[in-house]
Design a binder for this molecule. Structure first.
Ligand code: PGA
Length: 256
């Protein structure tokens, strides 16, 4: 009712591509989507750190934005191997993923760390894409609501409504990531509605209505349309299918 959230499709390349293929991929995406991107849908790609600069350069005349897959929460200093939000802003990034399931479950990031990263992402001038989602054991034990609620509350702890308005949330059930097992549109809608209601309780209804909530987990051209039909699904976070220009562009098209 009322507020129109502009659809948003983001591609998470994870630890894939190389110096040549990253540039080729983004060129193919930019040329095939030049008619659609920017008008009716926001589009972003999240390449590995080492290819961000060359992807930013390719996209200098495109409306496609670039995001990092992670950040460190300190601005600068003795943090060997880490990269700050302001550095990423400096080279032309717009977004950063925070709390992606692989960071939580492979690298071991906690809600508390993710909370610091979200705050630092905003402070450094980037827009966080804050990922949440339950494990298969948690869903089977009917703990989805509890887990997602905890992740959202802890992830956004201490952030003002103004700051939170910079956040895009991504609901990605862990069991659907890279498995080919997509959540049904109903399962996804249920989780999205829960997150939006929670944001309404934590902040206010207007903010909750304005925040975009993306779905992620085995999004493909053939399931994108039905997912996007759901009222609280405002866009898609795409892993595997974002590495194929044709598939990614078909997903962008489906989101319009
Ligand atoms: P997938 O990954 O589309 O390959 O399932 C989604 C994600 O991890 O963001």
């Amino acid at each position: 009712m009322g507020f129109m959230r502009k659809p948003f499709v983001a591609g998470n390349w994870k630890m894939n591509t190389d110096s040549l293929s990253s540039v080729e991929l983004v060129k193919a995406i930019a040329s095939a989507s030049s008619e659609i991107a920017g008008h009716s849908v926001h589009v972003a790609v999240c390449p590995p750190f080492v290819y961000l600069q060359s992807v930013v350069n390719v996209l200098s005349t495109s409306s496609i934005a670039v995001g990092a897959q992670d950040i460190y929460y300190e601005r600068k200093g003795a943090f060997t191997g880490e990269i700050s939000s302001s550095m990423l802003k400096d080279i032309g990034c717009t977004y950063a993923l925070c709390g992606h399931s692989e960071r939580r479950h492979v690298i071991g990031e906690t809600d508390e760390l993710i909370n610091k990263k979200i705050a630092a992402t905003i402070l450094g001038g980037l827009l966080p894409i804050f990922c949440v989602g339950e494990l298969i054991e948690e869903r089977k034990a009917s703990r989805t609501e509890e887990v997602v609620t905890r992740q959202v509350k802890n992830g956004l702890a201490g952030l003002s409504a103004e700051k939170v308005s910079a956040v895009t949330v991504a609901y990605e059930p862990v069991w659907a990531i890279g498995t080919g097992l997509t959540a049904t549109p109903q399962q996804a809608q249920e989780a999205h509605a829960l997150i939006r209601e929670l944001l309404g309780q934590m902040y206010d209804t207007k903010l909750a209505q304005e925040i975009r909530i993306l779905y992620g987990g085995s999004v493909k051209p053939d399931n994108a349309v039905e997912l996007m039909r759901e009222q609280d699904i405002d866009g898609l976070l795409v892993g595997g299918a974002s590495l194929k220009a044709d598939d990614f562009v078909a997903i962008i098209q489906a989101a319009t």
